[in-house]
Structures are given as C-alpha cells and as structure tokens.
Design a protein around this ligand. Structure first.
Ligand code: GUN
Length: 312
C-alpha cells in the first residue's frame, strides 16, 4: 500500500506489483520478486496516424467518378494562417483533390466575402469550402453561415452541429474528428473533461457521448480548474494558453489531448506543459505533431464525405 501510494502521489506514474514474502523465501528472494514497472506515456503520434489516413484517402479519391475540389478563402496576410493553408493545399494535392485558393485583402467587406462564398456554393467542381480563421475583422459566424452546409468541410456551420445533435447525416468538425481518432488510438475509457469555450467543445461532447463517454466542459478561468481536470480519464485542452495544464492537474494514467497551438519565441507551444504531464499521463499528444496533422487528415475525410452527400 505504501509503495502504491508513493508512486501515485509522486510525479512518476507506475504500476506496482507486490509479491509478499513467501513461506520458503528469504527477504532477499522476495525483494527480487518485487516488480516496479514505470509506465511511460504513449505518445500519440498524430503525424503518423494522419499519414496513414491520407494514404487511404488517396486510394479512395482515385476510384471516384470525378475529382473532388476544395476552395479555401484566406483573408489578410497573417503568416500562421498562410502556413496552415499551404499545409492543406499540399495535403489535397497529394491526395488528388483539386485545391483552389481565394486570397482576399484584409479589408475586404464582409458582404464581398459572403458573395464569394455564394459563388462557390453554386459551383459543381467545388465540393468543400473552408474559411481560414481567424478573420482579420469580419464576423466569422456570419461568413461561415453563408457556406452551404453540405460543403462545410470544417464542420463549423450551425446546421451541421444541429444535425450531429440529432444523429442525422452531417459533416462533423474536422478538429473534433481528429481528436476522436487520437482518443481511439489511446483506447481511452472513462470520463472526459474539455477545457475550452463551450462552442469549441460542443461537437466533441456529442461525439464522446456517441462512445458513451460522460463529459464536462470548463473554461480556464474556473476557480477549481485543477480539481476538475484531475477527475478526468480523458483531458482535452483547447484554450490557446501555453502551459496551462501542469502535471499536478492531471489524473495519473489519463489520456491528454492538447489542441492548443500558440506561436511563441521558443516555437509552437501547446496548452499542456509536456515535460511535467508526460511522466504522469497514460497517453499524450505532442505539439506540434499531434492534433494539427489529424485536423488536416480529417479535413480530407470530410471533403470525401461532402462529395458523397452531394452525389445523393
Ligand atoms: N484556424 C485554426 N484552426 C483552424 C481550422 O481548423 N479551420 C479553419 N478554417 N481555420 C483554422
């Protein structure tokens, strides 16, 4: 009991199997039978998993009667947004999906963006439309609402969330689908806690519920954040606050999914302090190389889903 208490209360996570001193054993023999296995966290390699999914998509695209197409609306000149869009372009082109970039100046009026989207809605060669976020000033909700829900490959349109809520055919959030694939990879069970805005959490809560996972949603500002996160077998964090979650805020053995990506002087940083959480977690996503590549892979999955829904 002492050893178990020691290992679960210290900053290392361990499985402890104790062999009692047997009848014909000396203390020395028994001590050699004490096995202390330090359990390393499973690193959930999103890059590798995404690469396997992208290969499968490529095969499926090659078998389609016509080429699917994605149009991306990129507004302004934010370097991070340009980088993310270039990764999406590369992923589409490698999978054999047509990619079109619609570049707009940062002061483009909202109505012009909406007109642009309406034109894309009407095109038969474009199956998916994505507005890269954040927008430099225009109202993202109103712009996204202009996308035909059948072409909303990010899964951000309110109608898609509504359909997901009712278990109807829909395009679910690519980020949420990516997170779910990583949770499946970890074979995680139990209860979940999402630290994020309610809007981000909404599709995830529904997808987790489909798997029978009870989920609570909290925001970073909540007074007892550590108490709430420590209860969770599956901890998902998407606040954009580097290092928000430290080792003492995580249940030993938990699966920790880090959606946060913030550019800092030291490079891309997640919301999870990897160094203090990794020794304790059962499974953990790195940043970069975790959720990011999975979101791109699930975007491709959603383009094929959109193609399929539009062919019905
Ligand atoms: N900006 C950061 N992440 C995303 C995403 O998943 N989709 C879009 N459209 N913009 C983003």
């Amino acid at each position: 009991r002492w050893l178990r208490a020691f290992f679960s209360s210290s900053d290392i996570s361990a499985k402890v199997r104790l062999c009692p001193i047997g009848q014909n054993r000396t203390l020395k023999q028994s001590i050699t039978n004490v096995t202390v296995a330090v359990v390393m966290a499973q690193i959930l390699d999103g890059k590798q998993l995404a690469s396997r999914i992208r290969e499968k998509i490529k095969t499926r695209v090659a078998a389609l009667p016509s080429q699917p197409g994605l149009a991306v609306l990129l507004v302004g000149d934010d370097p991070a947004s340009h980088l993310y869009v270039s990764l999406k372009k590369q992923a589409c082109e490698e999978a054999g999906i047509f990619f079109e970039l619609n570049l707009c100046p940062s002061d483009t009026p909202e109505q012009d963006l909406i007109k642009n989207i309406e034109a894309l809605n009407a095109r038969g060669d474009i199956n998916g439309i994505l507005v890269q976020l954040p927008l430099p000033g225009q109202n993202a909700d109103r712009v996204i609402a202009a996308i035909d829900p059948l072409k909303d490959v990010d899964g951000f349109h309110p109608e898609n969330l509504q359909r997901l809520r009712h278990g109807e055919p829909c395009i679910a959030s690519a980020v949420a689908l990516g997170v779910m694939k990583l949770i499946d990879e970890a074979k995680a069970r139990g209860s979940a806690c999402i630290v994020s805005s309610p809007l981000f959490a909404a599709p995830l809560v529904l997808l987790l519920k489909e798997r029978g996972v009870q989920t609570t949603v909290v925001q970073a500002e909540v007074a007892n954040l550590a108490d709430r996160t420590r209860e969770a077998d599956i901890l998902i964090v998407a606040e954009g606050i580097p290092g928000l979650i430290r080792g003492d805020m995580v249940k030993p053995g938990a699966t920790v999914i880090d959606v946060g990506t913030t550019r800092t002087d030291e490079g891309l940083k997640g919301d999870v302090d990897f160094d203090s959480v990794e020794p304790l977690a059962g499974a953990i996503t790195p940043v970069p190389g975790g959720v990011g590549p999975m979101t791109v892979a699930m975007l491709l999955v959603n383009i094929l889903k959109a193609f399929d829904l539009q062919s019905r």
